[in-house]
Design a protein. Structure first.
Length: 354
């Protein structure tokens, strides 16, 4: 009697990352349908920057992949090259649990040529990012950052309640019925749209890559960046950082913001021209709520630290204990889809357009 062999799935990451992100229940789900092999590296559980270019590590990964049907990479893994793929005739799927929705650890062009499915589950943190974006919107509309600064500075607020009548939080404080402009409608943007629905807002979206079907599905308008900036009461940036988006929000775009507008950034600081943002904020008629800045960390002497119309958080939007196991859990979902012959939910894309 012939026994069909089980598919073989390899996982390459640091020992620390495995302990931090891989929940036993998720691993058991994968082990029920596949043989799981581990390639463990030394290093921290989380790190930024490009994958290591270490000949020894590259050699270890090269020797690990030839008999795999699927490969999952994460922190600590070197880049998966065209040569590695060529030496792995069974390899038909590669996933990255922390690729920032881009192909940093995989030669995507080579994988596409070879018909290999690429997925990325960095969107496991999209939920908390969207939640924090909503929180920043509400903080900005209520001018809560300024109130907090004044309160902790020892000021007695509103001894004369009539003074409140000129405050932006009084004049523009409710989200209900406002127009919200989104820059990008990816995983974070779409989750934020769902969170905004109870507030009966109008939603404008600038995203050249968004399919037209999003408009009727979510009841929004796909429009230009100029319209998003000029016609919105609140603008939220969720755009990824690429060569095209770097500095995309500059002097002209920020000048178009109407008085009383709130600008929120939960994506990457470098999408916004920091000097232009500071200049616009100095006019004193808009409020910025920023989870990300450029450079990061924000220099001690930056004017953004002391401006009354700025609320800052230290790049915490997507960092919660609850979301960490989801990175691997969503990847298990994707591997199971692949093994069942289904299409991926979260295809990995190159950072720059092909």
């Amino acid at each position: 009697m012939t026994t069909l062999s089980r598919p073989r799935v390899g996982i390459a990451c640091t020992v620390a990352a495995r302990k931090r992100y891989v929940a036993p229940a998720s691993l058991q789900r994968l082990q029920r349908v596949a043989e799981v092999a581990w390639l463990e590296f030394e290093g921290p559980s989380r790190l930024s920057g490009p994958p290591p270019e270490d000949a020894k590590l590259i050699g270890r990964l090269s020797g690990f992949v030839p008999d795999l049907d699927a490969l999952v990479v994460s922190y600590g893994s070197p880049r998966v090259t065209d040569q590695m793929m060529g030496n792995a005739p069974r390899l038909r799927m590669i996933g990255d649990t922390h690729g920032d929705r881009f192909a940093a650890r995989v030669d995507a062009a080579a994988a596409y040529r070879r018909g290999i499915t690429l997925v990325d589950t960095t969107n496991a943190s999209s939920g908390p990012v969207a939640e924090w974006a909503l929180a920043l919107v509400l903080i900005g509309l209520r001018n809560a950052g300024s109130h907090f600064r004044r309160l902790v500075g020892g000021e007695l607020l509103w001894p004369d309640r009539d003074a409140l009548l000129a405050d932006p939080g009084y004049l523009n404080g409710e989200l209900t019925g406002k127009t919200v402009g989104l820059i990008a409608a990816g995983n974070v943007g779409q989750r934020l749209i769902r969170l905004l629905q109870p507030f009966d807002v109008s939603v404008l979206v600038y995203d050249p890559g968004a399919p037209s079907a999003l408009a009727p599905i979510f009841g929004l308008e796909l429009t230009s960046l100029a319209n998003v900036m000029a016609l919105s009461d609140v603008v939220v940036n969720t755009a990824p950082l690429t060569s095209t988006t770097r500095g995309m929000i500059g002097t002209a775009e920020l000048s178009a913001l109407p008085p009383g507008a709130v600008f929120v950034n939960v994506s990457r600081g470098a999408v916004v021209d920091t000097a232009a943002l500071i200049d616009r904020l100095r006019r004193g008629d808009i409020i910025a709520c920023l989870d990300v800045v450029e450079p990061e960390p924000l220099p001690v002497g930056s004017p953004l630290r002391s401006m009354a119309n700025v609320f800052l958080s230290p790049h915490i939007a997507g960092v919660t204990a609850a979301c960490e196991p989801r990175f691997f859990d969503l990847m298990v979902d994707e591997v199971l889809r692949f093994l069942a012959g289904h299409r991926a939910w979260y295809p990995l894309v190159p950072r720059e357009a092909r």
